[in-house]
Design a protein around this ligand. Sequence first.
Ligand SMILES: [Zn+2]
Length: 477
Amino acid sequence: MNSKQTISQWMENNQSVFTEMAKEIWENPQIAYEEQFASELQMSALKEEGFAIQTPVGDSPTAFVAEYGSGKPIIGILGEYDALPGLSQTVSTTHDEVVPGGPGHGCGHNLLGTAGVEAAFALKNIMDSEELKGTIRYYGCPAEEVLSGKTFMAREGVFDDLDCALTWHPGTSNMAVNLSMQAMVSVKFHFKGTTAHAAGAPHAGRSALDAVELMNVGANYLREHVLDGSRIHYVITNGGLAPNVVPDDASVWYYLRAATKDQVEDMLQRVEKIAEGASLMTETQVDSEILAFAYETLPNEALNDAMYENMNELGLEPFTPDEQSFAQALVDTVDSKVVEMSKKMFGKPIDEMLPTSVENDKSLFGKTMGGSSDIGDVSWITPMGQVMTTCAPVGVQVHSWQATASFGSSIGFKGMHLAAKTMAWTALDLLENEELLEKAKKEFAEKTKGKPYVPGIPENVKPDGAERVKDPVVMTS
Ligand SMILES: [Zn+2]
């Protein structure tokens, strides 16, 4: 048996442990920065296995780093475990909440993090039995859904000494993620005005809500004059309390997205001018507050190729007739036009409902998909490889109740085990094959030449939950 077969064997023997972990996290969904359950569950498992744990990381109470081995190379595996608000759902094919209005794992981060832990365990095992040199690090990253967990960790420098990083995301097909994701800033604008009786003395009032509305009009006109593929979306988080009181307080929350961080910075400056214009028009005051700022993702071809080769050789465990009919019933709840469009989402049309084929479409390099992730920051610090695996049927969209159902089912667990094996095999390649790492690093150096990583998130901004960080950073093993 070669080393890769040994890894696979170990994983098959121990698979149920990780299925159980992913299930437990799915059953205890917690939103950004509140993921005590998942982070503690994973930390205690890793600690028991002999990993040294560093927690918290900076001001993030539920972030941690688990390390095993010593010396170079240092291979990072990125995990996530936060849930989404309002996506509570049982493992069923009708909309049925576990907790009405409660959170749920509609993005599959219960699988995302657990696959990383599974890979780290298997690697520890092979490093021991074959006396391999090098370090494996699993990163427990909170709050991906608010696009900031890894950016705060990056600001603490915890990714700086990595030789490379591997990650994955649950999806509706098996592929190397050669597409880029958009850079993004999350920013709130707070307007302050003057209250007055809205009928008796309207002349005495200065409406903060007027300012918000005028700002949004300005931003909507800006849409015509931004680069193709840019996104501007907002919600009014505070619009006043009663119609007969001129609101002295109003806030609007924007996400600005574009293909690169530079473009987002440019858009932000323009939107800030619009906010100032609105405040001038309404004689109100305005303050802006940046909550998150994530880089676009920079895919690494050498690492993605290596992950693809391994995933292709491993293959996905076939789905049972029960899983097929569960998937079909979920797809039946989705608009058929949306299902058709989903088949063509990543270039080459997909004809399987639960794809088992593995793709590595090179034409996707240089293209950007709608959406962002805080893995973008990591990908500008160290070469990063990423794959996606089938954890839900084609047509089911992430961030939906159907996705929560699938990510809590055996369909999701199968995709998770494939991702875990893919990351473990690729990390083994990287530990044993210096050439692969050199190739990935050379590509990274070329792509980032003249563009050193500079955190987008301002220095004074802290993550939610920072007040819960009381203990100094502890190292245990
Ligand atoms: Zn996600």
